[in-house]
Design a protein around this ligand. Sequence first.
Ligand code: PLP
Length: 377
Amino acid sequence: MSDTARIAMVDELGKIGNASSLHGSGRRARKVVEEAREAIARAIDATPGEIVLTGSGTEANNLAIKGLYWKRVQEDPANNRIISSSIEHHAVMDPIQWLVDHEGARVTWVSVNDRAQLNVDELVDEIERDPKVALVTVMFANNEVGTLQPITRIIEVAHKYGIPVHTDAVQAFGKVPLSFENLDIDALTISGHKIGGPLGIGALIVKKDLKLTPVLHGGGQERDIRSGTLDTPAIRALGVAAQEAHDHLSDRAVRMSALRADLTARVLAEVPDSRSNGDTDTLPGIAHFTFAGAEGDALLLLLDAQGIESSTGSACSAGVPRPSHVLVAMGMSEPEARASLRFSLGFNSTSADIDALVSVIGGVVERARRAGQVSKR
Ligand code: PLP
């Protein structure tokens, strides 16, 4: 967490008050929540009334997808198709799959090109073929390779047919310019821990007139869209982090892009037969490589032992490592996908961090490749 967000959260943890209570402590907590809501709204260029606070980005995605699906199907049972992309985070893919398995939804996963960018022509064909669609949900930027999606075009196409659009902007918020108002999108997800705020707090930004069926029922908080006592300390800290991310958006982006360019050039020099994936139209803080012949999980553990934490994007199913669905959707073979690794930079990353990675990456890749050859014998 950023220092200011952490200090605000710790201060708030020492105070009492439920923001829904009418007594003095409750009114004080309510003021804190509403000030944070205003800061979040300013950071994303929305109105405070459009911010629905949730317990995570995952929860906000579930609320958008299930809430919109149920509402649209209630309006017209034929509107039971969801269109999404083949590179979504599991926090989008899995609620959609749940609706398919349990609620009679149909789904179309639109393909992406070799840079993980959605094929808009395919989206247009899919909508024209059958415009009875509950919602279109496509992420703003991918979490593994960082690619920004053609979201303006996606919104334009879907709105032409009156279809609401949601975007998972968890990776993009605070990293690239983002205006809820100018996008004219229906719902957008953000999460605290990607911007120097706390874990376990997120928000769904929802257009004022958009009808959503709630997922959580209870005390009727958050305009009756998301019940549950508000987490005032986390909300206050999210407000601080959002304000900071907004105020420093361009200097952080310039710094992170420069660090990433340095990281990429030096890793490619250290391991000349490696490949960098997705360098254009991308988030400033994500670098992604394929080290052919090395197993990603081996690379991850060898780097971890050197104090460098990275991610493969692979999932483990029944004890068997499976390659990332994002990389497979980009057209990578399974061995290529399994030889890939993501490094992500944050607002507080330094050039010393890059030096540390560069000093060990050559040896680590060599060891992982040797280990792979031994295990094949
Ligand atoms: N969506 C994307 C693109 C993410 O990268 C993540 C988290 O990594 C999430 C959703 C989930 O957000 P949360 O961890 O707040 O549930």
